[in-house]
Design a protein around this ligand. Structure first.
Ligand code: COA
Ligand code: ZN
Length: 329
């Protein structure tokens, strides 16, 4: 495999999760029409997949209580996959009714996190999600399984690689899932671990769609993306502006930031299929919608070659400097 530093046009699929993972933790309710406009902007910017919303209990996540309307009313762009998070049969029925292309089922690789997030043991989740899987198949919707805490649990610590791979096997082997997302729910992943798990997954399931989902909680997000690419991953979840975080995970914070990842990968020669300017424009709408600043370093600093004008006194300074050096000669 070629070194990670030279993308050589290799395709990397960017999957936006800001409207789900991002907005689910926001205190303000972003108006439905603004959510729709945001998803439309992300489609036009060239994201490969968008996790539009979550069909969860509106009591648990009031910020996404308008899931049906959002998914029904977005403008669908051919080739973009519109996904929705689904925790149970009720959610699956709602998502299918609203025409989700893909149902993103979720359970945790850690028992403690599964119980606190979903109020079930992992075995109970698997049984319930098997039922959801059958419903999705009947409706010809694709199924992806997101395994939270695949790189560590904030309550239990390290989750053994074998545990993560065993759950992958059950979803891929037993249920025939199209894709698996290994989620670093609370930013515990580090590059060596990411490379090892990605390689182990790729060796066992070369054909299964693998997504890596990182949070930038400890500043290792981009390093983890690069480690994943080097080990054979080509799909990454990221959120506009770097917003996001699991409400049931202590100390959780935002996803890796879509525009930061696209900016870095394009500089390195990867093909993300994303128009960075459009993405930045969409991100700049966020502070007004969620009423606070966003983590995005690209929105703060601009792209690497967004240059600044010379200072007003530049010519005078240069003349003075040149005069001084000739004086010394
Ligand atoms: N859509 C809409 N309503 C739902 C629902 C769904 N998918 N699943 C459950 N509900 C409602 C039930 O109708 C019930 O409502 P009621 O109190 O008015 O009767 C209430 O939620 C509780 O339902 P119950 O079946 O007892 O489930 P629960 O309380 O064990 O909740 C979850 C289970 C997981 C569905 C719920 O806690 C949830 O949606 N959590 C959000 C998880 C999440 O998004 N986490 C962050 C992303 S990983
Ligand atoms: Zn997440």
């Amino acid at each position: 495999m070629s070194t990670v530093w030279n993308g050589a046009g290799r395709r990397i699929y960017m999957q936006e999760v800001g409207t789900r993972d991002g907005l689910q933790v926001e205190k303000v309710f972003v108006p439905t029409q603004d959510k729709i406009a945001l998803v439309n902007a992300l489609s036009l910017a060239g994201m490969a997949k968008i996790e539009v919303t979550a069909f969860v209990s509106p009591k648990a996540i009031p910020a996404l209580r308008d899931a049906e309307t959002v998914l029904r009313e977005i403008d669908r762009v051919a080739g973009v996959v519109y996904s929705a998070l689904v925790p149970n049969v009720r959610g699956a029925e709602r998502a299918i009714d609203a025409r989700a292309d893909e149902l993103n089922l979720v359970m945790s690789a850690s028992e403690s996190h599964n119980l606190s997030n979903l109020r079930m043991t992992r075995a109970q989740s698997f049984a319930a999600l098997s039922e959801v899987n059958a419903i999705a198949r009947g409706a010809k919707a694709a199924v992806n399984i997101s395994l939270s805490c695949s790189f560590g649990c904030p309550m239990e610590g390290d989750v053994p690689e074998s545990t993560v791979l065993d759950w992958c096997e059950r979803y891929i082997g037993e249920l025939g899932a199209r894709g698996v997302t290994l989620c670093d729910t609370t930013g515990m992943a580090y590059p060596g671990q990411v490379a090892a798990l990605t390689r182990a997954f790729r060796e066992r399931w070369p054909e299964t769609e693998l997504t890596l989902h990182f949070h930038n909680t400890r500043g290792m997000g981009l390093a983890n993306v690069l480690a994943g690419i080097d080990a054979g991953a080509d799909r990454f979840d990221a959120s506009l502006g770097g917003i996001g975080g699991c409400p049931y995970a202590p100390g959780a914070s935002g996803n890796v930031c879509s525009e930061e990842i696209v900016h870095a990968l394009e500089l390195m020669g990867y093909d993300t299929g994303v128009n960075l300017i459009s993405l930045i424009d969409a991100s700049m709408r966020l502070p007004a919608l969620i009423r606070h600043d966003i983590p995005s370093q690209i929105v703060k600093a601009g792209r690497r070659l967004d240059l600044h004008p010379l200072p007003d006194d530049f010519n005078a300074t240069r003349e003075r400097a040149l005069g001084r050096s000739t004086g010394r000669d």
